[in-house]
Design a binder for this molecule. Structure first.
Ligand code: HSE
Length: 379
């Protein structure tokens, strides 16, 4: 199959290496913004060269960002080409538009590398949905934050030093705020919830708390409670609606997520028939992510012609349906926090169970006056 790559950075370079080593996938074009003499004649700067070439059956978008990636993948689908993308921002933001267009054009739209890097999470979610119903999913969906939290816990290292290392290793986003503020995970969580529950959830409706403000006192608090701090994403089908959110959590030693080290991710679903299944592997980095891009291309070569689900009902998560205790470190005296606190823990408090909606609403307002605030769910 002849394909075109849009972008040739960390992941795109990995895709090129993998495809060039195979006889069945030919990278005919690589769309680049600046001169890249090492790519030879296949480097092009004009998208229309790719769109107008009937030999190109699949376009692989690894350029990142919303625009022009959105316009380019839409043009590719309208020209009858299937699309593989590793761009979670693009898929989460334009979920309805892209999945509808793929259906209308009768082409495949695949984004397995967008959630979980090298883990075939979305593909397994698609597979389980053929005969089972997903009740919930949860997991570690970001390599950079897991790498940071792991090093803070087990090597006692400083937040900013570990973040620079994650950037050098190619785990972090171009702007690592997306990792540490949880937006990267929010996008992966939205795509997972949409596929798992056949819905279409907006970014503004999925609350997120990141790890930008975490400090050694929070790591000590987690350890005192017999836990490890992890960034987790959740999606749950509950009586009355769905709950979808992202937050740091203190996970008990002995739980699966607590043992996940470095850039690795683990994502699990719980279904009606099969129970809990977990998918573990490298969640970020050039070759793990490029591997899943190439796997998606192979699936298209094998006849894949669709997205992971054809349902996308508009839905607003209701996070007041879900409640648990939290650890909160807040330097400001706050009446509501005092009213729900049940015990002190290092420099913070542990609360009684409160709804996810209430805690995130409170934390988002409090952060404006107290930027060093840190919260973690106790799960
Ligand atoms: N920045 C992302 C991460 C890359 O650290 O998980 C993979 O999506």
């Amino acid at each position: 199959m002849k394909i075109a790559l849009l972008g040739c950075g960390v992941v795109g370079g990995g895709v090129l290496d993998i495809c060039d080593a195979r006889e069945d996938i030919e990278v005919k074009y690589v769309l680049v913004r600046r001169d890249r003499p090492e790519l030879g004649a296949r480097a092009v700067k004009d998208i229309s060269t790719i769109i107008n070439d009937k030999e190109v059956e699949t376009v692989v978008e690894v350029m990142g960002g919303l625009s022009p990636a959105y316009e380019y993948v839409c043009a590719a689908m309208k020209a009858g080409k299937s699309v593989v993308t590793a761009n979670k921002h693009l898929v989460a933001h334009y979920y309805k538009e892209l999945t509808s267009l793929a259906r209308e054009c009768g082409v495949a739209l695949r984004c397995t590398p967008a959630v979980g890097g090298g883990i075939p999470w979305l593909k397994n979610l698609e597979r389980v949905l053929r005969l089972d119903k997903v009740k919930s999913f949860s997991g570690i969906m970001n390599g950079t934050t897991n790498f940071i939290l792991d090093a803070m816990h087990f090597d006692g290292r400083d937040f900013s030093e570990v973040l620079s290392q994650a950037q050098k290793l190619g785990y972090a986003e171009a702007d690592p705020s997306a990792d540490i503020d949880g937006l990267d995970i929010q996008r992966k969580c939205i795509i997972s919830a949409n596929v798992a529950f056949g819905v279409c959830v907006g970014e503004a409706d999925v609350p997120v708390f990141g790890i930008r403000s975490i400090c050694s006192a929070d790591i000590a608090a987690a350890e005192r409670l017999g836990c490890v701090c992890k960034m987790l994403a959740f999606g749950k089908a509950l009586d009355g609606g769905i709950s979808v959110y992202v937050e740091p959590c203190f996970v008990k030693h002995g739980e699966l997520e607590a043992a996940v080290s470095t850039n690795r991710n683990v994502i699990s679903f719980e279904t009606e028939l099969t129970g809990k299944e977990s998918f573990y592997g490298q969640g970020a980095g050039r070759y793990p992510t490029a591997y899943n891009v190439a796997e998606d291309v192979l699936d298209i070569m094998g006849g894949e012609k669709s997205f992971y689900t054809d349902k996308a009902e508009p839905a607003t998560p209701d996070n007041s349906l879900d409640a648990h205790a939290y650890y909160v470190r807040c330097a400001v005296n706050d009446e509501w926090l005092s009213s729900v606190a049940v015990e002190r823990c290092c420099e913070g408090v542990v609360t009684e169970p409160v709804t996810v909606a209430k805690m995130h609403e409170w934390a988002s307002k409090m952060k404006e006056v107290e930027p060093s605030l840190f919260i973690a769910g106790l799960v």
